[in-house]
Design a protein around this ligand. Structure first.
Ligand code: FRU
Length: 489
């Protein structure tokens, strides 16, 4: 048995040994992707190929006892029902022995091809970084190229924090954007080009915190994506080391974007402001893909590096991925909406119209649960605060609250009393126009809230008790009117 076969055996043993315990956990999600056992982080290789969506993810099946980073693999025809496939990559070669780190997938002249980072820690503990290729004939078994690595370590001026290749084709040429760190410990994203995926030419930096007005953007940029929406080029990336500024950049690590025009000759993006993609608490390392209908799709990790605390750890698993979102652009800002296929999951619609509440709390005896979609449309003229308490249980004093503070014009997600583990609040600015739309997706241990048709999004893990199921609408100092639609998912 060669090293990769040995490692595959080890992974499947961990999966079969851990499966029962993992599946007995109440906090397993109903409609989000999770690791079969162990630790999941970044989505990788998101692609629409041969009429199917394929998605890979960083998987450490040995967690919490050991660490070996593989690529898990799932596929789907509708972005909501996913089929687990055999593990695609194992870290059994000299150039990826300490992890098959993040990367992307392309259709290279009909060949389904993965490009990923081989992570190596050499005997002195120093890092080496190799960009590698694997290809498949049957969309299931991936063979690493005998030409690996196709990029050997980093160019001059950068450290070996050099990873996460995202590859795409533009005007007949292949491009790769890669996350990097300068020797002065500034985060940056670097552009390469190639005619064949094997020989790469360095073009230059797309942007970086070595540029004066981006100097607040930390010491390392992970998981960059370059995409074009409505004629605008967008760099989505995850800067590490950004300091909190008021209600901005409150997560441990950030995820955001710059919008502008990319000069493919110099690699430079002439950007405007850095914007957060998500208002928290957990959204990281998203991967972009354009499907055969021209939709711009994004999926992220609902987790953060170094935030490894959760009640699921004792059951042998941690983290999940977000729902797939469709991206659009309005006034140089990304708009995110749940992929329309999410509607396939809807069951038992219940709706109420023109409900009025004045300094009171209301609930509806047929609207509650732990896995649902809730669409709420509020309007008001004079009120100081209103919102929704989700996953409530009065006896247990549990609730997860999303509310609008009219005076400060802030929308606030409060998980201080959500249940076990993670706590805190996140706020974002939402102008008071006298109305507010909240589109909420609750799963057993996650919440995603799309605000005003995707102008803002909050994404977070919560760990409520299985008996915390009530939904309560409330207003303070005034009245608010709303329509609500509910579906069980
Ligand atoms: C982001 C990240 C990537 C790296 C991968 C390793 O979460 O740190 O930069 O490729 O995770 O699992």
């Amino acid at each position: 048995m060669n090293k990769n076969e040995e490692l595959m055996k080890l992974a499947y043993k961990a999966i079969s040994d851990g499966k029962e315990r993992v599946n007995s956990d109440y906090h397993r999600l109903k409609y989000h992707l999770m690791p079969p056992v162990g630790f999941m982080n970044d989505p990788n290789g998101f692609i629409n190929i041969n009429g199917e969506y394929h998605l890979f993810y960083q998987l450490n099946p040995l967690f919490p006892k050991g660490k070996k980073v593989y690529w898990g693999h799932v596929k789907s025809i509708d972005l909501v029902n996913w089929q687990q496939l055999p593990i695609a990559l194992s870290p059994g070669d000299w150039y990826d022995k300490d992890g098959c780190y993040s990367g992307s997938a392309v259709d290279y002249n009909g060949k389904f091809t993965l490009i990923y980072t081989g992570n190596v820690k050499n005997s002195c503990g120093n890092r080496e970084t190799y960009q590698c290729i694997a290809q498949t004939e049957d969309n299931i078994n991936f063979i690493k190229s005998s030409d690996n690595p196709v990029i050997n370590n980093q160019p001059e001026g950068y450290t070996r924090h050099f990873r996460d290749p995202k590859v795409w084709k533009h005007d007949g040429v292949w491009y790769m954007v890669i996350g990097a760190q300068t020797v002065k410990e500034q985060g940056t994203a670097i552009l390469y080009s190639s005619y064949n995926l094997f020989d790469w030419n360095l073009i230059g930096e797309v942007a970086g915190s070595n540029i004066e007005d981006l100097s607040f953007l930390g010491y390392m940029w992970e998981c960059p994506n370059l995409l074009n929406i409505k004629g605008k080029d967008v760099l989505i990336f995850c800067p590490q080391g950004v300091e909190k500024q008021g209600d901005l950049y409150n997560n441990i690590y950030q995820c955001g974007y710059l919008v502008g025009n990319l000069d493919y000759k110099t690699g430079k993006l002439n950007y405007k402001n850095f914007m957060e993609l998500d208002r928290g608490f957990e959204f990281y390392a998203p991967q972009f893909m354009e499907d055969d209908r021209g939709r711009k799709l994004l999926i992220g990790w609902i987790g953060l590096p170094d935030e490894d605390e959760a009640p699921t750890v004792k059951n042998g698993w941690l983290h999940c991925l977000s729902m797939v979102r469709e991206l659009d652009m309005k006034d140089d800002r990304i708009i995110q909406k749940p992929a329309e296929e999410m509607k396939l999951l809807r069951k038992n619609e219940i709706s109420y119209r023109n409900v009025e509440i004045k300094n009171e709390q209301v609930d509806f005896n047929n609207i509650n649960g732990d896995s649902y979609e809730l669409l709420c449309d509020f309007s008001w003229s004079a009120v100081s605060e209103f919102g929704i308490k989700l996953r409530c249980n009065e006896t247990l004093s549990e609730e997860t609250v999303i509310y609008y503070d009219v005076k400060s014009e802030k929308l606030i997600l409060d998980r201080d009393k959500s249940g076990l583990s993670l706590k805190g609040v996140r706020k974002c600015d939402v102008k008071n126009h006298g109305n507010l739309k909240l589109h909420i997706f609750m799963d057993t241990s996650s919440i995603e809230i799309f605000v005003n048709d995707g102008e803002e999004v909050f994404t977070a893990r919560i760990y409520p008790n299985r008996d915390s199921r009530d939904i309560i609408f409330y207003s303070k100092n005034g009245d608010v009117k709303f329509d609500v639609k509910y579906w069980e998912l």
